[in-house]
Structures are given as structure tokens and as C-alpha cells.
Design a protein. Sequence first.
Length: 106
Amino acid sequence: MSEETVTTEGTATAPATQVQQSDVPKRHLRKTRVGQVVSNKMDKTIVVAVVRRVPHAKFGKIIKRTKKFYAHDAQNACVVGDLVRIEETRPLSRLKRWQLVEVLKH
């Protein structure tokens, strides 16, 4: 015996299994970072310095760690000193793996 239901028109349909939104794993979530533009001398590329505050491994004091990311800026819209949001993307060149999402402050 199958678990098919018969509708009023006489066609057989399978019971609908509802999948909740929380049961489906989130895929392709891209990382975003907020940082300051430190260089825009390349064509369609900016260098963004992202500062993290982390506790020291031994002493626990909060220290700053800076990392530079190369990001794609298609319109050459950024200038040095801008606060920007960048997003992870596929490799665009040897060093570029991020793209500009928005300029937060000019």
C-alpha cells in the first residue's frame, strides 16, 4: 500500500513534506569585514586594513591585530581613509579574494 492521497478530481498526489527553514543548512555565506582603505594606487583594487582586538595568549591584555586585504573596487570609488565593508568572493587575481560592498564613510 502506498501513502498516496486522492484529491476530489481523482488524481493521486504524494503527501507534502514540509521542511522548515531552520532545518536547511545555510550555504555559501560569505564573510564580511569592515576596515579602512590604506591604498588605492592600483587600478580597480584597494588595500583594506582590518583591525581586530584580541586578548594576548599569555597575559590576557587586549591587543590590536591588523591584517591587510586586497579588494576589488570596480568603479575606483574609494580614497585613502575611507571606511568600507568588503565581502569574500572567488579568487580574482593572485592576491584579490575580496570585493567592495559599500563605502561606509568618506
